[in-house]
Write a protein that binds this ligand. Sequence first.
Ligand SMILES: Nc1ncnc2c1ncn2[C@@H]1O[C@H](COP(=O)(O)OP(=O)(O)O)[C@@H](O)[C@H]1O
Ligand SMILES: [Mg+2]
Length: 362
Amino acid sequence: MKFPSLKRVAPAAVLDGLTTAVIALDHALRVAYLNSAGETLFSVSRRHAFGQPLAQAIPHFGALESRLRDALDTGSGFIERELRLRRSGDESITIDCTVTPAQLPGAGLLLEMLPVDRHMRISRDELLLAQHEVSRELIRGLAHEIKNPLGGIRGAAQLLEAEFPDSEHREYTRVIIREADRLKNLVNRMLGPNKMPQMATVNVHEVVEHVRQLLEAEASSAVLVTRDYDPSIPEVTADREQLIQALLNIARNALQALPEQRGIIVLRTRTRRQITIGGQRHRLVVQIDIEDNGTGIPEPMLERIFFPMVTTRAEGTGLGLPIAQYLIHAHGGLVECTSRPGCTVFTIYLPLESDDRRKTNH
Ligand SMILES: Nc1ncnc2c1ncn2[C@@H]1O[C@H](COP(=O)(O)OP(=O)(O)O)[C@@H](O)[C@H]1O
Ligand SMILES: [Mg+2]
């Protein structure tokens, strides 16, 4: 049998097609080759890296240099799982790494690396989405159970009041009515917005600017709200009001966490390519960051802030973030948070391609 269309494929094209990052090093541990996945993983260009010492071209490898030199000297490679490479001031990258002495002329070592952060993040996102779905269902059920008898209790108190208008017990019926109203408001807020989103073409910067103006009006003059926008961002299909609500819920928390002196909130917009949200891959995604230099959120708390009723503020409801998250999910998006003292960043991703949008149930 013949394969008429079988052509010889250039090895470089094959290497560039891999999702595994590949680096070849010469005998002085200089970069002799770097494939496309390697360029993406370490945010370096091939042109820049070629011929340079590895740790200089890709600072992440600084701590690994002596082991690589050993591997070169002894001619024995190694495999390392979940190896954390850190570059100062940058996020760390976790990789599975295989180092092999190269059997190629001019090459000393061959490094194959598969990022594991990405896998971990995707499954974590999916897990969180599922968890929040369950807790939202629970709250909906509970809220309805509370709301129904509440109407009866309030009505009965009103009847009592009408029946005995001059009663000395009127202050008790007032308490019943007031508390029933308070509970109803709380439950309504727990249920979140029940409107269908009104989807339209929305300019992200118009929305972010609107939020910035509201923030500035609410903030004291000691607070600086700065912007860092990518002007090339195309318009998105979204419900403008809901988007504003979500951003405002997040930004208000930032405002409340700021130090008394020199509080800064940064509103940042970017586009990102190839982002996976809830198991769905998107070619192009809008990223909106809300960053503050406030107290930060301690690690154990960070896991829970998107759950309803989680609050550290005396007058807080713990509903701001779950509602923001609900609204972003309804847009097929994702909201995440990273935090350390003095730097908390909430990041919202909104998919740009409408055909990729997750189907939501309303
Ligand atoms: N930018 C932030 N900096 C520090 N803590 C935050 C920030 N955003 C949220 N939090 C924490 O998350 C909790 C939950 O926020 P939220 O759901 O809006 O409820 P609430 O604002 O009513 O407390 C807050 O009480 C606070 O502890
Ligand atoms: Mg809040």
